[in-house]
Structures are given as structure tokens and as C-alpha cells.
Design a protein around this ligand. Structure first.
Ligand code: MTE
Ligand code: MO
Length: 445
């Protein structure tokens, strides 16, 4: 791959995958999307991945090898990893203002995601929050019979607490897999985590205020401001349909993994709407207002957190009438061990895999893995979930016929028999809900 300016493989494939294949490997994509890699092309591909490719005949055309696709950002001006108190130094820094960091997928290998490994997503400036957490006030108002002003201490004393392990996932998770590229933070698959959340059902608190007959939507408010610093501009104010707010799994949360909710994750108090786009789960929540219409705060309008109802041509601007609010996230599976690019000893013929899968408001029905570029699939075993909205940990042992470069693919199927697609579906300008199958590379020998 020589040229005037060295372009990264990511760039090359993003612009025109079929041409990238032709340039890099001398391969022409066949009509069936599987152009055979032969002769010089196969030699170049093998050199690129650093090994023989036992299943090269199955390698899909126009698709960047998983190993080459590993995020490689060589821009020295921007640090690659996060340096933040209480956070694992291996988290990948996506942006400094607002602060955004994703979890490398192999760090999602714990059954419960430790707080220090949990991704961070802010839309604005992190607010100053000082004082005794129990004095934090949450107001409940709008279409209610009796507006409430409750301190965290009162919430704890008045409503029975529960703890559940549940997935929180950014609406843009998987965005970097879209082609052409979508606008926004280039998440791979690490904009998600599964922690134990302690709090009270939001429904209990709303019922205590008395839900007005006109209430149909929530509106969430918090003190974090827009990155412009304008004191009158909120960073984010989203809401959900009342039905989701009344689900017993939707919570007002003050503890994460058995410890008081840390400031960066919205402490003292946040909302948690499991299975739905993370943007609904307002951090530092100070007011929940019931509304008689769809909420229209920052992050609710235009094309923000919206996806096409009917697919658009990738790169096109959808008509506003063809957009719906992103609510539940689509199913996803990840391989959490081994790590992408792992090398194992020559002669290794079986490999133990671990991973996780989740499916928004649905259930995970099955996870399958492939080591031959998707020609054959093997069913993984799923561990029982702790509760609804928990992710499913999965394991599988695969056989590898010889040394060389392999890709391990994982693909989940949900309770509606929907499967993860090979490439992210339903292209949209901000790249929401991208859930392609997960691919990692493993080198034997
Ligand atoms: N107040 C406030 N709440 C917020 C956000 C924000 O910017 N401000 N970001 C949202 C988004 S987009 C996501 S994905 C989650 C991320 O939560 P985390 O940083 O605890 O992982 O918080 C949501 N809640
Ligand atoms: Mo998000």
C-alpha cells in the first residue's frame, strides 16, 4: 500500500471498499461479494495480517480484515487513552470536551462491568456537584397531581430499593462501522457496559406524585451545560414515553456496583432506562417533568437520536417525516476473550471464547460463532441472566484446523428471530443503532 500520502486501511476501505480491495490485494469483488483471493493478492493479504489464512477462500471481498481494522490513531497531538481518576488507563479516549471514552471490547470480559472499566459519554460540560449526596434534590412536576421535591435521603427512606444488573448502551455504539462514515463519536463496540444498579423504580416515585391523566411523556433535566459554556443552554434534556417510565426496570439510581454512583456516571443521582439508547438515562438528574406531549428538549428534536423508518441511500439526508425517535437498542454480541489481534502458540487447535450479548427490550435467543468467515456457525452456550435487561454471558470452544490467521465472528439472534447483520443496517446521518456481527482476529503461531 504505497502512495503519495499513506492512507490508513480504515480510510481506504471507508472511501470505497471494493476499490480498496483492488488496490490493496489486487482482488475484484465477485457478484456474490466473495472475490477469491489468489496469487499475488493472497500473498499481500497474508503479509498484511502476518500469517497464512487457512480459510482465505471464504474471505468476503470489500471488507477490511478485523486485524487491520483495529483502531490505530497515530495522531500524537491527541492521547489515545483516558487519564481520569478511578478509571482504567486502557479506556480509549474518544473526545476530551465533552469527555467521551470507550471500553476496549476485551475489557468487557467481566461478568459485571467494573466501574473503572465502564464507558463515559458526556454531551456537555461536567457539572460541579458538591455536598452531601443525600441532600441532592429531585423535583417531580408537570402533569402530576402533587408536585414533589425529594432529597436523595428522602427517596431512599420512602421507597423500597432494588439492585439489578442491566446494560447501559450509547445510541451511537457501533457507529464507526458505517460506510460512508456517520457523524459523531466513532464508537466501535465499547460504548456499552453491564453494571449492577441500585435505586428505586421511577414508577414508584411518579405514582407518589400522582400521574395526571394528560401525562404521556417524561422530560429529564440536569445541571450540565452545553460545551459553549452558555449558562442558559442545557447539554441534554431527553424524555421517554410514559409506558417506558412506568416499567419496573426503569430506575432512579444512586449506586453502581455496590458503591455510591460516581460523579462521572451521574452521581449523586441518575436515571436508568435499560435497553434503550443511553441518552435517555439522564445523569445528575434534578427534575423529572411529566408532559402532555412528546418532549422537545436538547437531543430530542431534528435528526438527533432519530433513525429512518424506511431505509435511505447511505449518505443521503432522510426526510424529517421518515425519522422516528430511537428508543430500544438493537441486539448485539461481542467477543470479549481473546482480544482482537491475540497471538496463541503454534499448534493450538482449540480455542476457548468468551463474550456477551444483549438485545434492547427483547431477549437474546442464541449466539453463534464462526471461524471460517461465516460459512459455518456453531452455537455458543449462554449463561442465565440475573434479571431482565441483564446481558447474557456466552462461551464457546472452537476448533482451528491449522496455524494461521483466523477471524472469530459472533452473531446474536433475538427473541423476534432477528439476527445481527454482517454490516450495520439502516444507515443514518448520526450513525445510531449500528449492530453488525462482531469480528476479531486471532493469529496461531
Ligand atoms: N446529564 C446528562 N446525562 C446524560 C448524558 C449527558 O451528556 N448529560 N449523556 C447520555 C448519554 S448519550 C449516554 S450514552 C449515557 C452515558 O452514561 P455514562 O457516562 O455513565 O456511561 O448518559 C446519558 N446521560
Ligand atoms: Mo449516548
Amino acid at each position: 500500500m504505497s502512495g503519495k500520502r499513506e492512507r490508513s486501511a480504515d480510510e481506504l476501505y471507508r472511501d470505497d471498499a471494493a476499490r480498496a480491495d483492488a488496490i490493496a490485494f489486487g482482488r475484484k469483488s465477485g457478484a456474490d461479494g466473495r472475490g477469491f483471493l489468489e496469487g499475488a493478492g493472497l500473498a499481500v493479504m497474508s503479509a498484511a495480517v502476518g500469517a497464512a489464512i487457512p480459510f482465505s477462500r471464504n474471505m468476503p471481498a470489500g471488507v477490511m480484515p478485523a486485524l487491520v481494522g483495529k483502531r490505530d490513531r497515530n495522531d500524537k497531538a491527541h492521547p489515545l487513552t483516558l487519564d481520569f481518576p478511578g478509571k482504567d488507563k486502557a479506556l480509549a479516549l474518544i473526545g476530551e470536551v465533552p469527555l467521551v471514552a470507550e471500553t476496549p471490547v476485551h475489557l468487557l470480559d467481566d461478568d459485571t462491568t467494573p466501574t473503572e472499566k465502564f464507558y463515559i459519554r458526556n454531551n456537555g460540560l461536567i457539572p460541579d456537584v458538591a455536598g452531601d449526596p443525600d441532600t441532592w434534590v429531585v423535583e417531580i412536576d408537570g402533569e402530576v397531581n402533587t408536585p414533589l421535591r425529594l432529597t436523595l435521603g428522602e427517596i431512599k427512606a420512602r421507597f423500597p430499593a432494588t439492585t439489578r444488573r442491566m446494560v447501559l448502551e450509547c445510541g451511537g455504539n457501533g457507529r464507526s462501522f458505517y460506510s460512508p462514515p456517520a457523524q459523531g463519536n466513532p464508537w466501535t463496540n465499547g460504548g456499552a457496559g453491564c453494571a449492577e444498579w441500585t435505586g428505586v423504580p421511577l414508577a414508584d416515585v411518579l405514582r407518589a406524585a400522582g400521574i395526571g391523566s394528560s401525562a404521556i411523556y417524561t422530560a429529564h433535566y440536569s445541571p450540565d451545560r452545553h460545551i459553549s459554556g452558555d449558562a442558559h443552554r442545557a447539554a441534554l434534556s431527553r424524555g421517554v414515553r410514559l409506558e417506558k417510565a412506568m416499567d419496573k426496570h426503569s430506575m432512579i439510581v444512586w449506586a453502581m456496583n455496590g458503591a455510591p454512583l460516581t460523579h462521572i456516571h451521574g452521581g449523586p443521582v441518575r436515571l436508568l432506562y435499560p435497553g434503550w439508547t443511553g441518552s435517555a438515562s439522564q445523569k445528575w438528574v434534578s427534575r423529572i417533568r411529566l408532559r402532555d406531549r412528546e418532549h422537545d428538549g436538547p437531543g430530542m428534536t431534528g435528526d438527533q437520536y432519530r433513525v429512518p423508518i424506511r431505509p435511505v441511500v447511505p449518505g443521503d439526508t432522510p426526510e424529517p417525516s421518515n425519522l422516528r425517535i430511537l428508543e430500544a437498542m438493537p441486539l448485539r454480541s461481542i467477543v470479549t476473550s481473546p482480544a482482537n489481534g491475540a497471538r496463541v502458540l503454534a499448534g493450538t487447535r482449540t480455542l476457548d471464547l468468551r463474550g456477551a450479548a444483549w438485545a434492547g427490550d427483547r431477549e437474546v435467543k442464541q449466539v453463534d460463532v464462526s471461524v471460517d468467515f461465516g460459512v459455518s456457525w456453531q452455537e455458543a452456550s449462554l449463561a442465565a441472566p440475573h434479571n431482565r435487561y441483564d446481558w447474557r454471558r456466552w462461551t464457546a470452544t472452537v476448533k482451528l484446523p491449522s496455524d494461521g490467521y483466523y477471524e472469530i465472528w459472533s452473531r446474536a439472534t433475538d427473541s423476534e428471530d432477528e439476527m445481527q447483520p454482517f454490516t450495520p443496517p439502516n444507515w443514518n446521518p448520526h450513525g445510531y443503532a449500528a449492530n453488525p456481527i462482531h469480528r476479531i482476529a486471532v493469529l496461531i503461531g
